[in-house]
Design a protein around this ligand. Structure first.
Ligand code: ZN
Length: 382
């Protein structure tokens, strides 16, 4: 049956992907160099944030790199400052060159140690997007790839680890490392690093079937009690686990952030870990949680690898198709019948009516969902 085949395919691919898943003065920095030596395998970062997370001081150690060219995500380069490399016993300044920093020592056999400052607050003010950074009340939601200076080019098999210290708490969907507070995954996945956040959080852990959902609710006014939000995420996880046979990833961060307007919105990002980012506005009510499809929809995305934009139709189509089926499988949808689920899929498949849909732009993703439904009907599948 198409749905089970799809689920198995997604699960297999997801398993392979996920389980594998300051101060201005360069002489008065508080950040200590990374603890590991330059010959330790992989890339290691020690990150210290200022109390409002507007600035990060970062010390990095690279054991070996294939290239001497280092940078951060495009459009975040101008927020990197005071890059220095340890040359012998002295720190030596490195000037940027068209958005990159060329450090020959890094591509040598012994590796290199680098330190720099990153202005996260100014990036958030400029980009206003979680794909780089955005400040929402007292929280900065960000993608670590924005501020982790790294050798350009894919280096599969090389681990990277980072640890964040300082006054604001830090949460991340990047895979948990062996040491407390450390996050770790493969360096080839840095550019897809899951959403993370600096701020104050109330934390909960939901045991899903085969995985966990780490819930971090950011400080700020919410119209719903924490318990109701956790129950909603728990329902979403159980519905998906029941449909797929297990939860699709070992761990996901469910980052819940109060927003200034609207009800419930969500997005997801995963590479070497995963995060679903849910924003809840002041007009959200219990009925919105009871009837919500956005939380389950974002969780379905965890079972499907991230795809380049041109192939987004398959990830959105599958999520649009599976989500109501998964909710129905646990009788979680109001009046949950399979026929009703089909109706939901058809509704979401309509151009411009799906999650985050805009007319024309989202035509492809939702047409696929519709095609899957029609294929099922022709086969007579339930
Ligand atoms: Zn989606």
């Amino acid at each position: 049956m198409i749905d089970r085949l799809t689920a198995c395919l997604c699960l297999a691919v997801a398993a392979s992907m996920f389980a594998a898943c300051g101060a201005e003065s360069s002489t008065a920095r508080a950040v200590a160099p990374a603890a590991s030596s330059a010959t330790a395998p992989g890339w290691t970062y020690e990150v210290r944030a200022t109390p409002d997370a507007s600035e990060l001081e970062i010390a990095a150690t690279f054991s070996t790199t294939a290239t001497s060219e280092l940078s951060v995500d495009p459009r975040a380069e101008s927020h990197v400052h005071d890059v220095e490399v340890l040359a012998g016993a002295e720190w030596s300044a490195v000037s940027p060159r068209e958005g990159s920093w060329l450090i020959d020592d890094c591509s040598g056999g012994a590796g290199c140690r680098v330190r720099y400052r990153f202005e996260l607050g100014s990036l958030a003010a400029e980009r206003r997007s979680a794909d780089w950074a955005v400040r929402i009340h007292r929280t900065i939601v960000t993608s670590p790839s924005s501020w982790l200076l790294r050798p350009l080019g894919i280096e599969p098999g090389v681990p990277y680890r980072f640890r964040v210290s300082g006054e604001p708490e830090f949460v991340s969907g990047v895979g948990l490392g062996r040491a407390a507070g450390q996050f770790e995954t493969d360096s080839s996945l840095v550019s897809m690093s899951p959403y993370s956040a600096f701020g104050e959080f109330r934390r909960f852990r939901i045991a899903a079937d085969g995985g966990v959902v780490d819930v971090a609710i950011a400080a700020g006014e919410l119209p719903l009690a924490d318990r109701k939000i956790v129950e909603w995420l728990d329902r979403s996880a159980r519905g998906l686990s029941a449909y797929l046979g297990r939860f699709p990833v070992k761990r996901v961060l469910a980052l819940v952030v109060p927003s200034r307007r609207g009800k419930i919105h969500g997005k997801q990002k995963g590479g070497g870990g995963s995060t679903i980012l849910m924003t809840i506005g002041p007009s959200a009510a219990q009925a919105d949680l009871d009837n919500d499809w956005r939380g389950p929809h974002e969780m379905v995305h965890l079972a499907v690898p991230s795809m380049p934009y041109r192939y987004r139709w398959i990830t959105e189509g599958l999520a649009t198709y599976v989500e109501p089926m998964a909710r129905t499988s646990r009788q979680l949808r109001a009046g949950g019948s399979m026929e009703g689920a089909r109706g939901d899929v058809a509704e979401r498949s309509a151009p411009g009516r799906g999650p985050g849909a805009r007319p024309n732009r989202d035509l492809g993703p939702h047409l696929l969902g519709r095609c899957v439904v029609l294929a099922r009907r022709r086969r007579g599948d339930p």
